[in-house]
Design a protein around this ligand. Structure first.
Ligand SMILES: Nc1ncnc2c1ncn2[C@@H]1O[C@H](CCC(=O)c2cccc(C(=O)O)c2)[C@@H](O)[C@H]1O
Ligand SMILES: [Zn+2]
Length: 371
């Protein structure tokens, strides 16, 4: 197995910069960017289709000219500019429509793993929405085989360990909840890599409690509960995710900062927030990075993890999200290493696997700081 060398960003724009140039913050010292690039990491909140690189999306758009997704990378960057969250979901679904065959699924999954390996991601829990693919005609058995084939190839070739989170696209209603639960709990179908069960899509008009019976079935089948909550709605949505869906982690949880009692509860019970800073700006969930509540989370003692959500769509990658966190939290190398270890702690990897990555992080950081 060969380690994929770190590289500076997710790809090169035709005008010579990288997709994240406009986000790489000059206020973060260059050597911190270098430290981050080779820092071993774990990622807990990142979406399958949302991670399709511009190259993959362009290639698939060229195969399907009937799609409204541009095949030109330059036009694609403009296409991935959103006026609000609903607009983001529309664009997201237009990319979902490009994934039409099991081979598309396998290619996408393998290439996402390659991009992660380039950023020294040792372990990732990738959120997949199987309902969105099976309802568009991809055979369920072929879908599972495609993601498992890519997962095993990526681990063998890149050393990146992938696990799956299957999530319900909440706005698609209880039909999608039933289908997602069936795919996640039927022993003849559920893939070996499946570890958790989530809930994504718009939160407005999609109350969490209605999904309790489905999360009960998923948890009874041994899956861990990790719904999105508090991304575009208030702290009550986070409370509902904790109480009704028995969430062990919260996707985003941005509005938790509005409720000191909720922050104290999250901290006391070590319920991690899967924070995705640039996502929150790109979807307009938070107006500007300087207004992001990540500092409130840290001050309250909440277990904060850093994630990229849908990196190419948001013109970022995981390394850049760590650089954003370094600036917002004023972190040095040790602070960044602690962030990386938070994600390891909050992951559903077994204890041996956690110890292995934690040791890698500590060894790397010590070597970096050695005089
Ligand atoms: N930041 C995010 N916050 C929330 N979700 C996010 C985020 N990023 C990515 N997602 C993904 O977007 C999907 C949305 C899919 C969806 O809403 C929908 C609605 C109606 C029909 C269908 C369909 O497939 O027929 C799908 C979710 O499954 C989720 O995994
Ligand atoms: Zn998400």
């Amino acid at each position: 197995m060969t380690r994929v060398p770190p590289h500076s960003g997710p790809g090169r724009r035709s005008r010579g910069g990288t997709l994240t140039d406009h986000l790489v913050d000059a206020r973060v010292p260059r050597d911190l960017h270098a430290f981050i690039a080779s820092l071993p990491k774990a990622e807990l909140h990142v979406h399958h289709v949302g991670s399709a690189s511009p190259r993959i999306v362009s290639e698939l758009a060229a195969r399907h000219p009937d799609s409204k997704v541009p095949s030109d990378p330059e036009a694609l960057a403009d296409y991935f500019t959103f006026t609000d969250f609903a607009h983001f979901i529309d664009v997201y679904l237009s990319v979902v429509d490009l994934i039409r065959t099991p081979e598309d699924v396998r290619l996408l999954t393998y290439e996402v793993a390659r991009d992660m390996a380039r950023q020294q991601v040792r372990y990732a829990e990738l959120t997949i929405t199987p309902f969105s693919s099976t309802r568009r005609g991809i055979d369920e058995r072929a879908f599972m085989d495609a993601i498992e084939d890519a997962r095993k190839a990526a681990e063998a070739e890149f050393g990146t360990v992938l696990r799956w989170c299957f999530d319900i696209p909440g706005e698609a209603g209880l039909e999608s909840a039933e289908e997602t639960t069936r795919l996640a709990t039927d022993d003849r179908l559920r893939p070996e890599g499946l570890v958790s069960f989530g809930l994504g899509g718009p939160e407005v008009g999609v109350p969490r409690p209605q999904f309790r019976p489905y999360f009960d079935r998923a948890i009874a089948a041994g899956l861990r509960s990790v719904p999105h909550a508090g991304e575009t709605t208030g702290p009550q949505t986070v409370w509902d995710a904790l109480v009704d869906l028995r969430a062990e982690r919260i996707g985003h949880g941005t509005s938790s900062a509005q409720d000191p009692e909720l922050l104290a509860h999250l901290a006391e019970h070590r319920i991690a927030l899967e924070v995705c800073p640039t996502s929150n700006i790109a979807t307009r969930a938070v107006p500007t990075l300087d207004e992001h509540p990540i500092n409130e989370f840290v001050r309250a003692g909440v277990l904060v993890t850093i994630n990229s959500d849908d990196p190419p769509m948001f013109g970022t990658d995981l390394n850049n999200e760590y650089a954003v966190a370094a600036r917002l939290l004023d972190l040095d190398e040790r602070g960044l290493a602690d962030l990386a270890k938070n994600a390891v702690e909050a992951s559903f990897l077994d204890e041996d696997g956690k110890a292995r990555i934690r040791n890698e992080i500590d060894t790397y950081t010590a070597a970096w700081l050695a005089p």
